[in-house]
Design a protein around this ligand. Sequence first.
Ligand code: Q46
Ligand code: ZN
Ligand code: ZN
Length: 314
Amino acid sequence: MKCKTCGQKAVVNMRQHKLALCKEHYLEWIPEQTARFIKKYWMFGPDEKILAAVSGGKDSLSLWDILHRLGYQVDGLYIGLGIDEGIGYSQESQRLTKKFADERGLKLHIVDIQKEYGADIPALEDKSKRGQDKPCSVCGLVKRHEMNRIAHNLGYDVLATGHNLDDEAAVLFGNTLSWSRELLPRQKPVLPAHDGLAKKVKPLCRFYEKEMTAYAMLRGIEYIYEECPYSIGSTSIYYKELLNRLENERPGAKLSFYLKFLDAREKGLFAEQVESSTAPMFNCSKCGQPTKYDGECSFCKLIGIPSDEPSLLA
Ligand code: Q46
Ligand code: ZN
Ligand code: ZN
């Protein structure tokens, strides 16, 4: 297999794009495509300050690397979740994230949930009494809140996350199975800024997970290979496996599933729902972040911040 650009030996063959590239041209192709997606979906411009949420995994570190290579002003945010599960997961992912930033002279903000709120994610899960065996819903709530808080308090215009096509297609598949009128309209590569919340973007949403793995490896990015131990056996991994089986039989099916959905929403498939979802929101009485509830937001209820605590958004 030869590189389509230079004719040298190809190291990556993307059946779904009918494209094979050598290392040099693959490492150019990924940032070029990212720049194209940023423009196509109106994600951000050269003057905007970007905060990349980084977990130590291949996707988020590659995202940071790519945006930096493209010349954007991009800093990192690592949220220490305190997940150990016998493999020191959070500790190792923080070490690799810090190493990545130090080696490139990039600015990294680290928020440690335990230090900040006196309890890590497993402890918050116990406290939440949600009765689930995995802390993912608590973890998602905490991560969303902290990303918004830091982006807002430190004056970032945009919050970028490393979700890839496999992540997006699995979410879409789940929401489609339940025909969720609430969740389907909200799935987009860009969520506009809203009432004190930064704009959220997913610049890697059109790259297959294996494309990001190849990028991270060929770029020599050291990342944590282990997935979060709580993700094992999750529904989203099951959906990813199903979609991979489909993809193996029909290369490009996953990308087409996602792109046709974006196209349909562009053509107004969810116009009615989008209108109704602009219902008035409240501001949390403690932290100030927008919330569906009149009073405390779900995060503040979980954390139990004393009411004399100054507003986090002040
Ligand atoms: S980090 Fe948190 Fe994920 Fe781990 S506990 Fe679940 S939500 S699986 S992306
Ligand atoms: Zn080449
Ligand atoms: Zn709150």
